[in-house]
Design a protein around this ligand. Structure first.
Ligand SMILES: Nc1ncnc2c1ncn2[C@@H]1O[C@H](COP(=O)(O)OP(=O)(O)OP(=O)(O)O)[C@@H](O)[C@H]1O
Ligand SMILES: CC(C)(CO)[C@@H](O)C(=O)NCCC(=O)O
Ligand SMILES: [K+]
Length: 244
């Protein structure tokens, strides 16, 4: 089996890829103390992976401690941290400097091209909210990076004196408490951002949503969207299969 790891800016997700079985993804908050010890306990009961593939956009210290853990558990398992390329698996990167495209965005593009025939708009509703377009021929047309919902909330908190910060169930409507006004406002900003951008772009055959806020945002969009939470892992699987 291959162990696939996606280290984002907030959380680490890993999946144990076994032939013929679907992906079962486990999410870990790496800013919680003791997460590495917990991860060690879980990982040590796995069979030794044949390959380890890591997609990381996190700071290098986090990536390094996860790689150290994996290396201590499975010293003979080859480990790879793929980078975005100018061209691979039928996809052509739009970036002037292809390696600068975030690996999560690149892997999602590989997966979209492989699994969704036609053109795709990929919206990753994670720490950052990213939008990327790819046409039916695998040509990446470029993308945008916007703040994600949590980042918007934190920005309000960091730049105002008197705002309360509490999670309520956000809805696209006016609010009568501070906490709901923030949550609803941030949701409106995220949904409005996606709708405004998508409506200005060429229509695509698919609008694919992934990331921690995908289902929350999907419920608010006046767009025909599909949620595929596993795009980054599917991209890692494509890269892993290419090595086999
Ligand atoms: N339990 C949770 N912990 C943290 N964030 C959560 C949780 N549930 C939902 N979210 C939402 O998910 C978003 C983060 O999404 P996700 O986990 O996909 O990010 P990530 O993969 O760590 O970051 P990146 O976008 O950098 O890859 C946050 O904006 C937050 O609003
Ligand atoms: C934009 C994020 C943070 C989204 O996770 C990540 O893809 C990243 O760090 N990208 C590098 C910069 C870029 O994609 O242009
Ligand atoms: K992500």
């Amino acid at each position: 089996m291959n162990l696939l790891i996606d280290i984002g800016n907030s959380r680490l997700k890993w999946a144990n890829e076994q032939a013929g079985c679907g992906l079962s993804v486990t999410v870990v908050d790496y800013r919680q103390t003791g997460y590495l010890a917990d991860l060690r306990e879980i990982w040590r009961s796995l069979t030794v992976p044949e390959h380890l593939l890591v997609a990381s956009v996190a700071e290098s210290a986090v990536t390094a401690e996860v790689l150290d853990l994996a290396n201590s558990l499975w010293p003979h398992t080859p480990t790879e941290l793929p980078l975005a390329a100018a061209q691979a698996f039928g996809v052509t990167n739009a970036y002037q400097n292809p390696e600068k495209l975030g690996i999560d965005r690149w892997l999602a593009l590989l997966a979209a091209h492989h699994y969704y025939p036609g053109s795709c708009c990929i919206v990753d509703c994670g720490t950052a909210l990213t939008i990327d377009l790819i046409n039916a021929d695998g040509l990446h047309l470029g993308g945008l990076i916007c703040p994600g919902l949590m980042v918007m909330k934190k920005a309000l908190l960091a730049n105002t004196a008197a705002l309360e910060f509490e999670r309520v169930a956000p809805q696209l409507m006016l609010a009568d408490t501070t906490a709901a006004a923030i949550d609803n406002g941030v949701l409106a900003a995220g949904a409005g951002c996606i709708e405004a951008i998508v409506s200005r772009l060429e229509p695509t055959d698919h609008i694919l949503l992934c990331g921690g806020d995908a289902s929350l945002l999907a419920g608010q969009l006046n767009l025909n969207v599909q949620i595929d939470a596993d795009l980054v892992f599917k991209g890692l699987s494509i890269v892993a299969a290419g090595k086999a």
